[in-house]
Write a protein that binds this ligand. Structure first.
Ligand code: AMP
Length: 427
């Protein structure tokens, strides 16, 4: 079969690399891909943007693509799955209606409260009904969120009522464009943050190996929020009892609620959770796609056939599917361009990739491109170096040996990815 992967980041490099290992797959196309997918055996980049749904569909029809897997959220929220379905092309991901779980925080908060799924208390406002008095009556800190997709930047945690009102006014005034036309103001939750990713096929569901990411830029989980600076799998914090609670209290009621509302969900579903002191898994957010960088370490551990897993979800046979995982831990360190997550340079030549290729582990590319036969930086998150090992600590050593082999001007990365898991291991 021929497979098309939509997207061009590290997650898509990992999805494409894993699909290419399948015995049943003849060739994998990646639109638009990056330098990593350009150089990988059995992968070919296609010069179509991830949100150009019509061009992607025309390509899938012309090249007789049997399975399309969508990486990023934007084409899902824009309805790529519905468009492919209307043309009888299999496309793995949620429909536009189901992808609103990520596309609109106001929709999701309303959905969660209607279906009794644990989440922070909240109120939703637009410009016309915004109530500064409501804000003043709330306990601090307060969390102000833009309703729509804001590239991970639409959440502000406010320590004073004045700053909450100012954040709300800025969003409603257009600082995030259409994404801030509605806002959600919610209670601040404390606890430990956990991400939980499943493959869903209607009411059937298969939990992927557990993982944990590091969102802050700097060591010690400090500094600004980013798309993710590293991740590892498994996450020991999600033991069997918490796993059961998340499935019973969050994942299953979410999938059955969507189905009852007429929007059955197929695809990767990512729940961002805050685990309260009493173990309650409160939903902070949903993503309608695989996490990036969680996909890189999780897919390093996946031994089963990835296209087969997606097809089982599409065919409604997920419950018979037996997924196999490498028992080793995997850990990925994101190497980012200097300045990221703010303004960053591109076009810097990357050295040492040839040396890294001879070491154990795997480099997944994200923001890279080939320029005059040289691989150069082309995005904020540039590479993800993934190591495997018998413990998270061993996987971390392998990942950082890869990192040490690679260099470019103003490269930045964290030195402590996996630190909390490693502290638990040594305890
Ligand atoms: P979100 O995009 O909704 O996941 O928010 C991004 C980040 O903001 C989360 O990963 C949390 O670290 C933080 N956050 C969001 N909502 C809350 C909340 N209600 N309480 C505490 N932290 C939050």
């Amino acid at each position: 079969m021929r497979v098309l992967i939509v997207g061009g980041g590290g997650r898509e490099h990992a999805l494409a690399w894993k699909c290419a290992q399948s015995q049943r797959v003849k060739h994998v196309y990646v639109a638009p891909g990056n330098a990593g997918t350009a150089l990988e055996p059995r992968l070919t980049n296609v010069g179509i943007a991830a949100d150009d749904i019509e061009a992607l569909l025309a390509f899938a029809i012309r090249e007789d693509i049997e399975l399309t897997i969508v990486g990023p959220e934007a084409p899902l929220v824009a309805g790529i799955v519905d468009r492919f379905a209307a043309a009888n092309r299999r496309c793995f991901g949620p429909s536009r209606a189901a992808a609103r779980l990520e596309g609109s925080k106001a929709f999701t908060k309303d959905f969660l409260s209607r279906h009794g799924i644990p989440t922070a208390s909240f109120a939703t406002f637009t410009k016309t009904n915004f109530d500064a008095e409501y804000v003043r009556a709330q306990r601090l800190p307060l969390v102000v969120k833009a309703d729509g997709l804001a590239a991970g930047k639409g959440v502000v945690i406010c320590e004073t009522h004045e700053s909450a009102n100012a954040a709300a006014a800025a969003m409603l005034g257009g600082s995030f464009g259409a994404a801030g036309r509605s806002i959600v103001i919610e209670e601040f939750l404390s606890g430990e943050e956990v991400s939980f990713i499943v493959v869903a096929g209607g009411q059937q569901v298969l939990a992927l190996a557990t993982s944990q990411d590091h969102k802050r830029r700097d060591d010690g989980d400090l500094g600004p929020n980013t798309g993710g600076m590293g991740a590892y799998s498994p996450a020991a914090i999600v033991g069997a009892p918490l796993h059961r609670r998340i499935m019973h209290e969050v994942i299953e009621p979410t999938l059955s609620g969507l189905r009852r509302d007429g929007n059955p969900y197929t695809g990767f579903l990512y729940a961002g959770l805050m685990i309260a002191a009493d173990g309650t898994p409160n939903v902070l957010e949903f993503n309608c796609r695989f996490g990036d960088p969680e996909a890189q370490p999780i897919l390093m551990r996946l031994q089963s056939d990835l296209p087969g897993l997606c097809e089982a979800a599409l065919n409604g046979t997920l419950e018979q599917y037996e997924v196999r995982w490498d028992s080793r831990a995997a850990l990925g360190v994101v190497m980012a361009a200097g300045g990221y997550p703010n303004a960053f340079r591109t076009g810097d030549p990357i050295s040492g990739l040839d040396i890294a290729a001879g070491l154990p582990g795997k480099i997944f590319h994200a923001g890279t491109r080939v320029e005059d036969a040289q691989i150069v930086t082309a995005g904020g998150r540039v590479l993800c170096a993934v190591g495997l090992g018998d413990s998270v600590g061993a996987a971390q050593r392998q990942a950082y040996a890869l990192v040490q082999a690679i260099h470019w001007n103003l490269v930045q990365y964290r030195l402590d990815i996996g630190c909390r898991a490693i502290a638990r291991e040594s305890a």
